[in-house]
Design a protein around this ligand. Structure first.
Ligand code: 3H9
Length: 706
């Protein structure tokens, strides 16, 4: 094998072993496709070869097409061509799977005649997550193997299927006993020898049709109806359904051709670019430039949570659901009991919804225990404080933690707004203190906003960031500024929305415009749901520090003064019957009278203007945060907003949205707003630079170079 070859060919008697070696994830790059095709042709032509094992070196079987090659013009064989050659071969091909056989990787395995896996292997077609559909026969072969319903479920959710389930479904033919490369290779060779000895027929998936014959069309109607709402604005899931529908209703050739067209349509769509951007941005967000790559996270085997309220309970569930035992601390047994009830109820809901089995829920629940004495958590590796936002209380808790926790424990706070350094100051080990800001419900929401204090040590930071991966979340590192990344931006665009209310819009108009843009919930509905009194309390405290020369909208305060705290009082920006929100003329009247008091002439504001002003406020504040060093890079803002604030993933996040819209155009708009509205619209220096240079990255580099 030449040193830069990516597919190794060798023989084990009359069996050829093709080993793909293209780190880190053996992606099906042009080089892999080219060499693979050459070797398949070679083994085909060699009369001494009776079977072929396809296996991978390193950590995983092929994890898909090389996403970095999307959109590039490359000469050479397509993924399809190498897979067609594998399937057409007259010699049995056995794909030997370990790690994650995903996307084009699993399609390659489906083109082989047999599949064998190690127990820890997982398979899946997650293309939908990056905005494409399986494009190398997956939409046609998978339903032939497992039927349209299971195939649609796998492809429209992108979920991975573990080896034992894959075996039960018929996705793989055998699972070897042990989880080692040697066992896999041995198992595959033994399987091949058996096939040769028995003269077993080739199993070409494309020739199967028993599972796709006479399929009830209701299958497709049902999935469109039940999942359609989730797929709003997306292209790929709809095309997957059409591709499977075609597989069931037409010939292989027609279905295969449909898939090819739909794959290219998706691949060339703006949303594919946005979703791929997020894929890479989420991975990049884990890198902290001043933390050396060799700093290893501390092991986290047990966790304590201070506070068993909604947030503390959600965080406890997040850990318990991933096999990590949790001790919850409360002031009394009664408070612990109340907390346990919340967690219980949440698990019951998961079971009722079918997202968790009763047995798993019970197992997870058992991992959560309660204590009232700090001494009982002293040996935990990590403690997360999740009590309400009160600095004195938090400092008191951290002083207690400092006194009892073992020396190398990480002390984290779930604060969403308070100064981490002030909290760390309550301890004699500020290097062990870090912010871990979870989003509610913490067992569901993907984002983990880690916040570095001035003295947080590299190991503390790495430990906090590495939690995300264990909890199946996405981490981003924020600096210790007011609101960190997420809430600081939320405050900036919330303010603009409030100003637009005073200028002529209504809460429902703003909510509907933002929803039409793709946000899951309007801002006022969200505030009503969270409770308006929380923000009111914080505003009253901050009133003493507020710059009185800047515009301030009193609408939220006035609603609170009227006792309208949102859903919980059946009245906020809307009026409520149960959870059903209705626009309230009384609120519109209040807003109009406030406009009058402030001397603002109300006028109509278009939905487009609402969206522009809100999103551009996000972008300008995001750029300011990056420029001030409170976020590492612009793409971290995208990661934060796509995972914690429901920014539509198919738009790639606010900063990606701005880049696509044209940074110069966005900058001009900020300047225009600054001229018109003045307060809060000073263009961020990074945005100005990015507008000049044409990209965030270029601007970040230029600013870093001074
Ligand atoms: C497709 O297959 C289309 C076909 O249907 C049609 C044509 C044949 N390409 O996530 P990690 C990089 S579409 C290029 O940190 P983990 C990743 O950026 C594809 N690069 O590791 C990172 O690089 P860096 C369908 C890729 O262990 C490094 O590998 N397949 C690709 O947590 C490690 O990644 C998918 O969508 C790729 N396909 O998770 C699978 N994948 O170190 C996407 C990864 O420079 N991949 N990289 O930041 C994954 O889900 C996870 O990466 C995986 C490993 C589970 C494999």
């Amino acid at each position: 094998m030449s040193s830069d070859a990516v597919v190794e060919y060798r023989r084990e008697g009359d069996i050829a072993v093709l080993t793909i070696n293209n780190p880190p994830v053996n992606a099906l790059s042009m080089a892999v496709r080219t060499e693979l095709l050459t070797h398949v042709e070679k083994t085909d032509a060699d009369p001494d070869i009776k079977a072929v094992v396809l296996i991978c070196a390193g950590r995983t079987f092929v994890a898909g097409a090389d996403i970095r090659e999307f959109g590039k013009k490359l000469d050479g064989p397509s993924g399809r061509a190498s897979m067609e050659a594998v399937e057409a071969s007259e010699k049995p091909f056995i794909a030997a799977l370990h790690g994650t056989a995903l996307g084009g990787g699993f399609e390659l395995a489906l083109a082989a005649h047999y599949r064998i896996a190690v127990p820890s292997a997982r398979v899946g077609l997650p293309e939908v997550n990056i905005g494409v559909i399986p494009g190398a026969g997956g939409t046609q072969r998978l339903p032939r193997l497992v039927g349209p319903e299971a195939a649609l479920d796998m492809m429209t959710t992108g979920k991975h299927v573990a080896a034992d389930k894959a075996l039960a479904l018929g996705l793989v033919d055998e699972v070897v006993d042990q989880d080692t490369p040697e066992a896999l290779l041995e198992g595959a060779l033994a399987f091949a020898r058996r096939l040769i000895a028995e003269g077993a027929p080739l199993k070409r998936v494309r020739d199967l049709d028993d599972k796709i014959r006479d399929v009830d069309p209701a299958v497709f109607a049902r999935i469109r109806e039940t999942r359609g709402r989730k797929w709003k604005g997306l292209l790929a899931p709809w095309r997957i359904v059409e591709a499977v529908e075609t597989a069931c209703a037409s010939s292989w050739e027609e279905g295969y051709a449909f898939e090819d067209r739909a794959f290219h349509e998706c691949r060339d769509s703006p949303q594919r670019a946005a979703l791929s951007h997020l894929f890479f941005a989420e991975r990049q967000a884990t890198r902290i430039p001043d933390v050396p790559a060799d700093v290893k996270p501390l092991p986290v085997r047990s966790v304590a949570i201070i506070g068993a309220g909604t947030m503390g309970g959600g965080i406890a569930m997040a850990f318990a659901n991933h096999g990590i035992p949790v001790r919850q601390v409360e002031v009394s047994d009664e408070a612990l009991e109340r907390g346990r009830e919340i967690v219980h109820r949440n698990y019951d809901t998961s079971v009722e919804r079918g997202s968790m089995t009763r047995a798993t829920a019970d197992e997870n629940l058992q991992r959560i225990t309660g204590v009232t004495d700090y001494a009982d958590i002293a040996d935990c590796d990590l403690v997360i404080e999740a009590v309400f936002e009160d600095m004195a209380l938090k400092q008191d808790i951290f002083a207690k933690l400092d006194a009892v926790m073992k020396p190398d424990a990480v002390l984290a706070t779930n604060t969403s707004s308070l100064d981490i350094d002030q909290i760390a100051d309550a301890t004699r080990r500020p290097e062990s203190v870090v912010g871990t800001h979870f989003f509610s419900p913490a067992n569901v929401m993907k984002l983990l906003e880690c916040v570095r204090g001035a003295k947080s040590s590299p190991q503390t930071l790495t430990t906090a960031m590495s939690l995300a991966k264990r909890l199946d979340k996405v981490a981003v590192m924020a600096g210790n500024c007011d609101g960190f990344i997420g809430n600081r931006i939320l405050a900036a665009y919330g303010r603009q929305a409030d100003f637009m209310l005073e200028e002529g819009a209504t809460p429902s108009q703003i909510d509907n415009a933002l929803k039409a843009f793709g946000l899951p919930m309007g801002m006022y509905l969200m505030r009503d749901m969270a409770g308006l009194d929380v923000g009111w309390r914080i505003r009253k405290y901050r009133e003493q520090f507020r710059d009185k020369s800047q515009r301030y909208s009193p609408i939220a305060d006035r609603l609170c003064e009227m006792g309208r705290f949102g859903q919980k009082t059946s009245a906020g920006y809307y009026k409520y019957e149960g959870r059903n929100a209705q626009p309230d003329p009384e609120v519109e009247q209040l807003i109009s009278s406030i406009s009058q008091e402030l001397g603002i002439a109300r006028h109509s504001i278009s939905d487009q203007e609402i969206v522009d002003r809100v999103i551009i406020a996000m972008v300008n504040e995001g750029a300011r945060i990056v420029g001030e060093g409170y976020a590492i890079r612009a793409s971290d803002i995208d990661v934060t907003y796509a995972n914690g604030y429901g920014f539509p993933r198919y738009e790639g996040g606010p900063m990606f949205w701005a880049e696509r819209r044209g940074l110069a155009a966005v900058y001009d708009k900020v300047c225009a707003y600054n001229k018109e509205h003045k307060d809060f619209w000073e263009p961020a220096p990074l945005l100005k630079k990015a507008a000049e240079l044409g990209s965030w990255k270029a601007a970040e580099e230029a600013m870093a170079d001074g």
